[in-house]
Design a protein around this ligand. Sequence first.
Ligand code: ADP
Length: 309
Amino acid sequence: MSIRPRYDVAVVGEIYVDHVFSGFPVWPQPGEEVVTDAYVREMGGGAAATACGLAKLGRAVTLVGLVGSDDHDWFARGLARYGVAVDGLAIGDGATGTTISVSTADDRSFFTHVGVNRQVGALATGAGLAILAQARHVHFAMPLARDVADAVLPPLAAAGIRTSLDMGYQPAWLADPANLPTLRAIDHLMPNEKEAELLCGHADPVAYFVHATAIGLRHPMLKLGARGAAALEGDRIVTTAPPAVIAVDATGAGDAFDAGFIDALLDDASPLQRLQRGCITGALSTRRPGALAAIPDRNELRSIHDRTY
Ligand code: ADP
């Protein structure tokens, strides 16, 4: 007798509170202060963004990650607004991961404190693993440390649970040969162009697919920013352009793409259809500042899909 999974997707990874300050007329010199009225506090981090994107598409999603005790209720309320389950939202020993984003019209800089995200590997191999095992698909939005991968990937594979990984821009992780078995064990590695270049040493997508096949990636794909995305279908490269949008902020576009791509995987869609769905959620997310404000719901996804592809 098989037990019906409780979740379509469990997303595990880093959670941040993003403090976004914008509209400064000039960049301050060291020791100076500048003032703005434009400030928002948002849920951030790839794990939160992809989980919220999938929930907005109507999927049953849980988020496994850590925040500081002061912020737990704020995140639980925010995630619940999107319909993300919070049974895996744990309180870590320390402060919530925090990013301060500061921008003028011309420039933007980020200051980040990783905080309790450092403990997410221990969560995934401990109390979090039982939650991951209740999903059809597990998405890792973190650089998956070798010991964590060793502890988590075999039981998920044995249970027939599909996996994806978006490690983010992690030069040291991508260059470390010790992570090669992880790259091979993950079903869907989801790099952007810069990450793919770090992995294979070339900026060219064709070179990436040759390299990805040679090192044994299971379903090679690649996000290409405003140009869309590409994947291998058999021995053929398929590519998709995103729908036309007026992009105002591409922060989190890759995480939003992941939500559409995973949504298509849950429907056993073809490689081309996965790219199309990812490109829609990725491109639409760029319409408003931040990662979450403009991600589509299922109806909008459908209507843009029918108009575009
Ligand atoms: P990341 O955010 O990880 O760097 P990308 O920049 O490759 O990832 O963006 C992910 C996806 O978001 C792209 O495949 C594309 O569909 C969409 N996207 C990103 N930037 C734009 C843009 N300027 N215009 C339209 N779509 C975009």
